[in-house]
Ligand binder design. Structure first.
Ligand code: SF4
Length: 338
């Protein structure tokens, strides 16, 4: 690991001041990804700005029925918070599907959004990787790409975003509140993470001198009919090969509103409004679930080792929508797929 300086921010304004003064610095909260990246020599920040003392660690219900989650709320606290566990069980379930209890205790909500890909070559500095070193090439496209993306890829990068929590936040239509030298702004979750295109080193639309302050959930929570299903090589402490967040509002035997997002298959949580529109107004049955899966997976392309993900994703979508429609969500403490 390289030497670095360390400072502590006292409030959001001070954090912004410090990052503007030293653009080679990085914010650190739980450090569950950044410290690994520094040990592997993938990240070499000249300074770490410790933001753990900022007042961003509360979960508050809003007047319009939504919830504001401070960026520093640890993943465990969020999953077990009574408001999240009861009103937003899809989010709680996705969080509990990720990492390990110890990591969830450390990892922050904002940091979860900013974690970087787990592509093997990104962490191996002896290999070409456009995300780590722009212009060097992509070792994964013709390499071992079992864990890589099948949707939204580019010739420059086929990495996936590793988060479970973000898949649920995408399905729930969350908003990301950020602050920077130009003031505060809100980013729709769908616009927060980028596809790789020809700049895979840029993961998100967050500017380098901005900080995430709050994640906002809208009032609609899909508590009755939801499921988060994660398929992985090991039953715990493994990243998703494919994951699915499904949320349905069913009224009179018909789907009034649907949300469907995939993890482990793209550079960002993969969602298509057309797939959700196809479900709307239909009876929740296999025929319409197959149609939604077809739309969501349109254009999917494997790179040899990960070809299996296309069929796996299709089956996982059908299973998760069925679980959601039946009101029998996947329980993360029960490893058997229901
Ligand atoms: Fe790097 Fe992306 Fe290629 Fe992986 S897929 S080696 S992260 S450029």
């Amino acid at each position: 690991m390289n030497n670095f300086e360390y400072s502590r921010a006292t409030d959001v304004a001070d954090a912004i001041r410090q990052i503007v003064a030293d653009p080679a610095a990085k914010f650190i909260a739980g450090g569950t990804n950044l410290v690994d990246l520094m040990k592997y020599d993938v990240e070499r920040p000249a300074r770490l700005i410790d933001i753990t003392h900022l007042p961003l660690n509360s979960v508050e219900e809003t007047n319009d029925g939504g919830v504001r989650i401070g960026a520093l709320v640890p993943n465990s606290d969020l999953a077990y918070h009574p408001v999240i566990a009861t009103r937003y069980p899809l989010l709680a379930s996705a969080i509990l599907a990720g990492a390990s209890q110890q990591l969830r205790n450390m990892a922050s909500t904002g940091g979860n959004l900013l974690q970087r890909t787990r592509c093997f070559y990104f962490y191996e500095v002896a290999t070409p990787c456009n995300k780590r070193e722009p212009g060097s090439g992509c070792a994964a496209i013709k390499g071992i790409n079992r864990i890589n993306a099948i949707l939204g890829t580019s010739e420059a990068c086929i990495a996936t975003h590793p988060s479970d929590m973000c898949v649920a936040l995408a399905a729930l239509d969350a908003k990301v509140h950020v602050a920077g030298p130009a003031g505060a702004r809100a980013i729709a979750f769908a616009d927060f993470h980028r596809l790789p295109e020809n700049a895979p080193h840029i993961d998100t639309t967050l500017a380098p001198d901005e900080i995430i302050t709050v994640i906002e959930l809208p009032p609609r929570s899909f508590a009755a009919n939801h499921s988060y299903l994660k398929i992985r090589d090991r039953l715990s402490y493994a990243f998703a090969l494919v994951s699915v967040a499904a949320a349905l509002e069913i009224d009179g035997g018909r789907i009034k509103e649907a949300r469907l997002a995939l993890g482990g298959v793209a550079h960002k949580p993969w969602r298509k409004v057309d797939a959700e529109a196809a479900l709307q107004g239909a009876a929740p049955d296999r025929t319409i679930f197959v149609k939604a899966a077809d739309i969501l997976l349109e254009g999917a392309k494997g790179f040899s080792h990960n070809d299996f993900k296309i069929d796996l994703a299709r089956r996982a979508i059908l299973r998760t929508l069925t679980q959601a429609a039946n009101g029998t969500p996947q329980i993360q403490s029960v490893k058997r797929i229901r």
